[in-house]
Write a protein that binds this ligand. Structure first.
Ligand code: BGC
Length: 455
């Protein structure tokens, strides 16, 4: 381990959130419902019947939350815009109160010296557009580009980094293949259409940005390295299929203009020959790639698992988070190196990385001891540093998440925050991991002390 564990000058230290997970007030001041609002209000869909009606009440407490970010010393904040807060019906007349909210949020960030990174779509499609077929309707690329265009004009003077979509794989896989996320469909025929339209929408929003934007735009993907569970040919092929489905499914079209050959194997007849013109528009240059990394997948052949015929194998000696994800930081270094090698060393941001654990209750004196999360953070930051030392162009890191929040269909059961939220009182308390992260930011990196113990 080298002594110099400082990150490059200008490296951004951020935290990330998403609108439906923190804002609450989903229908306030002229906003329209999103598919997540509907999903959460459908009995049986959400753990414990939780909804985003209040969430972290960030819509009303945003100033307090910005002060928290400033106290942590964050130099960047990644948040998402709720499309149906800006356009209640997804299209047509803008809702001035919604625009005003994000306008003030951006000003508040800049006033505190925090750079905004704006995600245009973090899963909360306007319900009115879902009524027209949502991600299955080819017109959605145009609807999305129109919404994006409006938002660029509103904020690009002050926002230097834009993200079109957050994790298209999850949207298609959880929303259209397995039905565990909104809009809750379960169809191998719909999922490939949804993911193709997501990528078309991404391409259309990048094109719209080139006409009015003056800064940078990229895509955020969640990448999960797939490692074969054994040397058997079957397991190796299973890992390759899983990698194609989850990772290359999005990287290949965006950076190379084609889908991986394995997609037909996975989806059979449901996979189509997509028009070459679509792929050209999907493959136009982006300015950076955002990588969300949580875990790896040790993968074996498993004929019973549809449609991949592959499943993950639990590792005896590893730590697992409460979401059931193996803690495996070394795979982040190799993943970043692979993205750099295979896709032309694009500028990268770690746009999400974090962990849910069972935190103890807030102790008197206001302490939340979360040593497992500190350990997770430290080891993943170390892994990022190792990739930078190997020549990968990583420009910033955003911890997931600033606040404990609504973990989608898992409701409030999974706490990812470095700041604890008491959902009964909305009281925020910095966990030990928040104090740790503040020290990392202050030093612009890790120290050998921090590399070896919880100081
Ligand atoms: C998403 C977040 C989510 C986190 C933890 C990512 O898939 O972008 O919204 O809360 O992972 O599951």
């Amino acid at each position: 381990m080298t002594n110099d564990r400082r990150f490059p000058p200008g490296f951004l230290w951020g935290a990330a959130t998403a609108a439906y997970q923190i804002e609450g007030s989903p229908l306030a001041d002229g906003a329209g419902p999103s598919i997540w609002h509907r999903f959460a209000h459908t009995p049986g869909r959400m753990r414990d019947g939780d909804t985003g009606d209040l969430a972290c009440d960030h819509y009303r407490r945003w100033q307090e939350d910005l002060d928290l970010m400033a106290a942590l010393g964050l130099t960047a904040y990644r948040f998402s815009i709720s499309w149906s807060r800006l356009f209640a019906e997804g299209r047509g007349a803008v809702n001035p109160a919604g625009a005003g909210f994000y306008d003030r949020l951006v000003d508040g960030l800049l006033a505190r010296g925090i750079e905004p990174m704006v995600t245009l779509y973090h899963w909360d499609l306007p319900a009115a557009l879902d009524d027209r077929g949502g991600w299955l309707n080819p017109d959605i690329a145009g609807w999305f580009a129109d919404y994006a265009h409006f938002t660029y004009k509103l904020l690009d003077g002050r926002v230097r980094r834009w993200v079109t979509l957050n994790e298209p794989w999850v949207i298609a896989d959880a929303g259209y293949l397995f039905g565990v996320h909104a809009p809750g469909h379960q169809s191998p025929f719909e999922a490939p259409i949804a993911s193709h339209n997501l990528l078309r929408a991404h391409g259309a929003a990048v094109a719209a940005y080139r006409s009015v934007g003056r800064h940078e735009i990229g895509l955020v993907v969640n990448l999960e390295p797939k490692v074969p569970a054994s040397e058997s040919a079957e397991d190796q092929l299973a890992a390759k299929r899983a990698d194609a489905y989850m990772n290359r499914h999005y990287l290949d079209p965006v950076f190379r203009g084609h889908y991986p050959a394995e997609m037909r194997e996975v989806f059979g007849d449901a996979w189509r020959d997509w028009p070459a013109a679509d792929l050209r528009s999907i493959a136009q240059p982006i300015d950076f790639l955002g990588v969300n990394y949580y875990t790896r997948g040790v993968t074996r052949h498993d004929a019973g698992q549809w449609p991949l015929a592959a499943s993950s194998v639990r590792q005896q000696d590893s730590t697992y988070t409460t979401t059931g994800w193996e803690v495996f930081p070394a795979a982040l270094t190799s993943l970043l190196r692979r993205v750099a090698d295979d896709y032309g060393n694009p500028p990268l941001f770690i746009t999400e990385n974090g962990s849910a654990f069972y935190d103890p209750p807030v102790a008197s004196g206001g302490r939340v001891a979360d040593p497992l999360r500190i350990d997770y953070l430290r080891r993943h930051l170390d892994a990022v540093k190792a990739a930078i030392d190997a020549g990968v162009d990583v420009r910033g890191y955003f911890v997931w998440s600033l606040l404990d929040n609504l973990e989608w269909a898992q409701g409030y059961s999974q706490r990812f925050g470095i700041v604890h939220v008491d959902f009964a009182t909305q009281q925020r308390t910095l966990k030990d991991s928040a104090h740790y992260y503040r020290r990392v930011i202050q030093r612009h990196g890790l120290t050998d002390v921090e590399g070896s113990r919880d100081d």
